[in-house]
Design a protein around this ligand. Structure first.
Ligand SMILES: Nc1ncnc2c1ncn2[C@@H]1O[C@H](COP(=O)(O)OP(=O)(O)OP(=O)(O)O)[C@@H](O)[C@H]1O
Length: 797
């Protein structure tokens, strides 16, 4: 990832806020450079505001990459300057190559396979599959359901290996260099520790022999060692953090590339799959914690392992081969005891992450619906919902602390006290048994030689003692890292499930369930695992042929619910269709199928290329960014194909021209949901339709908050621009802008398509005038009748 600050000269003209200059068209966009306001210098607040107008610089045409694999350069504000960050999207071939690592059965499915291998009959396997799907639904996501199997086991290492392919894609990547540097500093620190241990012995020896010069020399060396030691420690921490952020960047980019792929996997994971709940928690928090734990674990395992090898080698000289053997026996026993005492840290970590996600999700829901909740005075109930989610989290965390008490006690006892006692014994042995130079029996007869003997023994003991303390410390860190490893298993399982689900959804593979045994043969069964409908892109018309409109139900045993039976419809350009019917009948569902958000379970669907159709959903969506970006969405400023004057004309057509002045120009950036009224938001959505002018516009109650007169003008403007309209609405007044009516909601999910007579606006107006005149003719008759009723009701005199 290249990240550099823009310098003078790299900038040329571009779309500033509210100016009249023409922004680059898509083909011209390749040479588009940011506004001349953006320099390497610090930007003032107003300059920054204008610079923020541009999100990125395209480097290749939509969806393509340049020779360096860069699709665009993001402009990122950083410390008052603008930085350019080259974005290299993950190649489709990389996803294809990784698919085999993520397509393998998850623990859930493994169980089903295993039972089949165990010789259980097909029915038992089906029943188990259904029971597991129920479990997933009840627990709110696969991560929770599979938490039981989470731990340091074969499955964990398989999952970790798959993720490591993303984190370290090749041997020349930045992370490998960081790892090498990190390892070099770890070795250096161990070497410095050995020097410190020796120096410790040397200082004490000089102290015991009252050698002042030697003592001062020792102290001087001590300070000389302090400088590289502290530098080494800081570098280890720095490189560990760099590694964590490097891993996080790779994993987040990879997840984003899958999550936000053109197949709208973010929609699929939320609506068409029950395995991952709160994907945002996975991507924002879990990935970060996974990367931090993983990079810390490398230091926590590599450093103590290295320490143990080197210190033991040093100690071998002091305590002999037998002593060393004794040490290894004590390591082995410690490992066994701690493993037996360790609770299921992985499972606990996975559940904690899920509960954190639930709590965050509850807050997210409140933010999204703040106005509605405030109107209903719903604070009290919302607070209960939030508190309940928080309480569940706190209770779980509290229980983790409790189980940790017993484990920490065992850990402390074994690693601090038992190890030290064993260490004293092992170090003392050569001295007590007289196998060591300077041991008690070898003392000479003179006072001087006795002193020298004591000094040598003290030096040897202090040096060994320090080495032993270092070994003990390294051992305890190594043992403690088992706990981190178990926690890493928890995060690994969550990240793996996320990537696995995203990979499978990207390939159109959904959760599958067997047909229920009690479903009669003529009843349809719509399982997401067996989608038989065919979809062709690139057609001139919108065409459905025997396609049932089905609300998918991921993980539900009886499959999706059929809303409309066997829909066949061909909409040619110029054929404007109004879709109507009662609430909940499946009108929006038709749009979802046409947009390929919901699958066509059967039949055949032919639709134009994505760029030639535009869907305006029921809820008018406003993006973050400038006023201009509200009109051109989902284009970004560099792709804007219209001048500001042309955009003004579009706003005029939807009666929004006044907004530009009111809000401070096209470059104004605000929280648009707060400043625009419901009707204005809908009109912005219509402006988007006019800006993009697609061949087909599919509008779902897009003008329900707009007055009928303006609504009429907007529809006329759309038709004048050659847009064929497929409108979902309850408003009969809209009939006059359509040539056909598709009525949903007949018996047995049937539908009816009829041609609307006199459907052109002029004829329709005449018809309305005729009807009104007929009604006016009866006014006199009704007035007479009112008089009669009044008389009858008046009290008799
Ligand atoms: N995300 C979803 N997942 C599964 N089923 C859904 C989903 N959204 C809606 N449904 C189901 O599909 C049915 C039809 O919904 P749809 O939104 O198409 O209704 P509609 O006819 O547009 O209604 P309205 O006039 O109220 O907007 C709903 O009754 C509901 O049972």
């Amino acid at each position: 990832m290249a990240n550099r600050t823009l310098r003078r000269g790299e900038a040329s003209s571009g779309g500033g806020g509210g100016g009249g200059g023409k922004s680059a068209s898509l083909s011209g966009a390749l040479s588009f450079e940011p506004s001349s306001l953006i320099y390497g210098k610090k930007l003032s607040e107003s300059e920054m505001e204008r610079a923020l107008e541009q999100l990125y610089i395209p480097r290749a045409e939509d969806g393509k990459v340049d020779a360096r694999g860069v699709s665009h350069q993001l402009l990122v504000p950083h410390r008052g300057r603008m930085s350019r960050v080259s974005i290299r999207p993950t190649k489709p071939s990389t996803f294809d190559a990784h698919w085999k690592y993520f397509s393998q059965a998850t623990p859930l499915a493994l169980n089903v396979k295993k039972s089949a291998q165990d010789g259980q009959d097909e029915k038992t396997v089906k029943d188990r599959k259904r029971a597991e799907a129920r479990e997933v639904r009840a627990q709110g996501g696969q991560a929770a359901a599979t938490a039981k199997k989470v731990g340091v086991n074969k499955e964990f290492f398989r999952q970790l290996k798959a993720i490591l392919r993303i984190l370290i894609p090749n041997t020349r990547c930045k992370e490998v260099i960081l790892l090498a540097l990190h390892t070099a500093f770890l070795i250096l620190r161990t070497y410095l520790s050995v020097l410190v241990a020796r120096l410790d012995g040397y200082i004490v020896k000089n102290l015991v022999t009252a050698n002042g010069r030697g003592f001062l020399r020792g102290l001087g060396l001590w300070f000389a060692l302090a400088v590289p030691s502290t530098y080494t420690n800081s570098m280890i921490r720095y490189l560990q953090s760099k590694l964590a952020i490097g891993f996080r960047t790779r994993l987040t980019r990879y997840a984003h590339d899958l999550y936000l792929s053109p197949k709208a996997n973010f929609y699929r994971i939320i609506n068409l799959d029950g395995r991952v709940e709160s994907a945002d928690q996975y991507i924002t928090t879990d990935i970060a914690r996974f990367c931090e734990t993983l990079s810390a674990l490398y230091s926590n395992i590599a450093k103590p392992t290295l320490d143990i090898i080197i210190f033991n080698y040093q100690l071998a000289n002091a305590i002999g081969g037998r002593g060393l053997f004794g040490l290894f026996i004590s390591y082995y026993l410690t490992g066994r005891i701690l493993r037996a005492a360790a609770p299921a840290f992985g499972k606990l970590a996975a559940i904690e992450a899920k509960l954190e996600g639930d709590f965050r999700g509850a807050h997210g829901r409140l933010i999204t619906n703040a106005e509605e909740v405030a109107f209903y005075n719903g604070s009290a109930i919302e607070e209960s919902i939030l508190n309940r989610a928080f309480k569940r989290l706190v209770k779980h965390v509290g229980s983790i602390y409790k189980v940790r008490v017993a484990y920490s006690m065992t850990e402390d006892f074994v690693l601090k006290y038992a190890w030290s006692a064993a260490g004293y014994g092992l170090i003392a042995m050569p001295y007590l048994t007289g196998n060591k130079a300077g041991s008690a029996d070898e003392g000479g007869s003179t006072a001087a030689s006795k002193d020298a003997g004591v000094a040598a023994r003290t030096q040897g003991y202090v040096g060994s003692r320090r080495l032993l303390l270092s070994v003990s410390d390294a051992g305890s860190r190594l043992m403690a890292s088992y706990k981190d490893l178990a926690e890493l298993a928890g995060f690994t399982s969550r990240i793996y499930v996320l990537l696995q689900v995203l990979h499978s959804l990207d390939r159109g593979h959904y959760q599958s369930l067997p047909r229920p045994d009690d479903l009669s043969a003529h009843q349809p069964f719509y399982d997401l695992g067996s989608i038989k409908g065919r979809v062709t892109r690139g057609s001139e018309d919108v065409e459905l042929s025997h396609v049932p409109i089905v609300a998918p139900a991921p993980g539900v045993e009886r499959g999706g619910e059929e809303l409309v039976k066997d829909l066949s419809l061909r909409v040619k350009p110029g054929m404007h269709v109004l879709i109507s019917g009662p609430n909940g009948v499946g009108k929006t569902a038709v749009a979802r199928v046409l947009a390929e958000l919901w699958p066509a379970f059967e039949g055949e669907m032919r639709v134009p290329d994505a760029k030639r159709t535009m869907f305006l959903p029921q809820k008018a969506y406003l993006t973050t960014g400038s006023l201009k970006e509200q009109i051109i969405y989902p284009h970004a400023v560099p792709q804007c194909s219209k001048t500001d004057a042309e955009l003004m004309e579009i706003l005029g057509a939807v009666h929004l021209a006044y907004v530009v002045e009111r809000e401070g120009g096209f470059g104004a950036r605000k929280t648009w949901t707060d400043v625009l009224s419901g009707g204005e938001r809908q009109r912005f959505a219509f402006a988007r339709l006019l800006y993009h002018a697609p061949r087909f516009g599919i509008l779902d109650e897009t003008s329900s908050a707009v007055s009928t007169d303006v609504e009429g003008l907007m529809y006329q403007a759309a038709k004048e621009r050659g847009i064929t309209l497929i409108t979902i609405s309850h408003r009969p007044s809209l009939m006059r802008y359509h040539t056909h009516l598709l009525h949903l909601g007949g018996e047995a999910n049937s539908w009816k398509l009829e041609e609307l007579e006199g459907s052109n606006e002029a004829l329709s107006f005449e018809e309305e005038i005729k009807q009104l005149k007929n009604q006016l003719r009866d006014v006199e008759k009704w007035e007479k009748r009112v008089e009669v009723i009044k008389k009858e009701l008046s009290p008799k005199a």
